[in-house]
Design a protein around this ligand. Structure first.
Ligand code: PLP
Length: 368
């Protein structure tokens, strides 16, 4: 039949920044995008359950015991998110009007919706330093002397790996020195260990070594470890008793949460060692992009995060991410002219190679 005026019109082009149908997606926005594997789902399906608010979910108890054992802490508490883990810890360590000390690029400052102020009524005094780290002198300078006028310095929060700095691992000796300085001055110390598993996989330092330097820590199962939901807080028994109370207050008391804890236990058993593959894949992407005109790697790649600076000759980061998305690569714009790529369980080495090729080709299309 000859084409006629009745022939269906050509489909409208997809709007700018969408992936056309059929183009495979490589999602490098975050290590939170992983879907539970079939074996993890099977573990969730068969987990014995109870009511965790009433204290009798056996799978949650098992997970909490596992966290205690790995971290060398007395008690642990399963919570829905990394944000809640940090915030119940901050609330449990402080009283309103207290001050906590943290690096200016901390997750608790930038990505937790102002929760330390909103939920705990605490002030934050920032310290500065290269790559998300700081030294003992910075801690000592920041601790206030007791007085009727000053806020009370109460807590140091230290992030490992450090997210905004690019997944940076604190060297153990430096971590020891800084946390010891804080504790000598009477501060409690909390480690935001959302990616502590990456720090341990990269450095070979057992988590318990970092944990032994701090009063409390958070760790996350839904990032590199690939569980769908969940974090934990660990510390002394009296501290965790307080954490449980604030978990309930903040709305984080869950009932048959063993179904989620089962995924976390599976992740601890099966997905920790493989993190080094994610790190190798991040290094691969960084290596492939380092010499592409217009791109530069923002910081040395130590774990699974790659921050890439875009030269002025390229579009801004948001625009650049739209162009990547059209080719099937999903990335986040971490600033006006920087993009963030994170490797994880659901991207293979081949996909990372392909993603790097696509990013390089999009960048090159702007160079004359
Ligand atoms: C992701 C992250 C958190 C918070 O985790 P959510 O589960 O997203 O609330 C806390 N700290 C650091 C360093 C993180 O990267």
């Amino acid at each position: 039949m000859a084409p006629s005026a009745q022939a269906s019109p050509a489909p409208a082009p997809a709007p700018f920044g969408t992936t056309p149908p059929g183009v495979p997606i490589i999602d490098l926005r975050s290590d939170t995008v992983t879907r539970p594997t079939p074996a993890m789902r099977a573990a969730m399906m068969s987990a014995p359950l109870g009511d965790d608010v009433l204290g009798d979910d056996p799978t949650v108890r098992e997970l909490e015991a596992r966290v205690c054992q790995i971290m060398g802490k007395e008690a642990a508490c399963f919570v829905p998110t990394g944000t809640m883990a940090n915030q119940v810890a901050i609330r449990s360590h402080t009283e309103p009007g207290d001050e906590l000390i943290a690096h200016e690029d901390s997750h608790i400052i930038h990505y937790e919706t102002g929760a330390p102020a909103a939920l705990s009524g605490v002030m934050i005094r920032v310290v500065r330093g290269e790559m998300g780290m700081f030294d003992e002198a910075a801690v000592r300078r920041s601790v206030r002397h007791p007085s009727d006028h000053d806020p009370r310095s109460r807590l140091l929060v230290i992030e490992n790996t450090h997210n905004r700095a690019g997944g940076v691992v604190w060297p153990l000796d430096r971590f020891r020195a800084v946390t010891a300085a804080a504790r000598e001055r009477g501060l409690s110390v909390h480690m935001d260990g959302a990616r502590i598993w990456n720090a341990c996989a990269a450095s070979g330092v057992p988590a318990s070594e970092y944990a032994s330097c701090v009063d409390s820590l958070s760790c996350c199962f839904s990032k590199g470890l690939g569980a769908p939901v969940g974090s934990a807080v660990a510390g002394s028994a009296p501290f965790i008793a307080r954490v449980r109370r604030f978990r309930k207050m903040f709305g984080g008391g869950m009932r048959q949460s063993g179904v989620l804890a089962a995924a976390a236990i599976y992740a601890l058993d099966h997905h920790r060692e493989r993190l080094t593959q994610d790190h190798a894949n991040a290094t691969l992407i960084g290596g492939a992009l380092a010499n592409v005109k217009g791109l530069s790697i923002a910081s040395a790649i130590q774990t699974n995060m790659v921050f890439v600076n875009l030269a002025g000759s390229l579009p801004g980061a948001a625009d650049f991410c739209h162009r990547l998305r059209e080719r099937g690569v999903l990335a986040l714009d971490s600033s006006e002219n920087q993009i963030r790529l994170v490797t994880h369980l659901d991207v293979s080495r081949a996909q990372c190679e392909r993603a790097a090729d696509i990013i390089a080709s999009v960048a090159s299309s702007f160079q004359s």
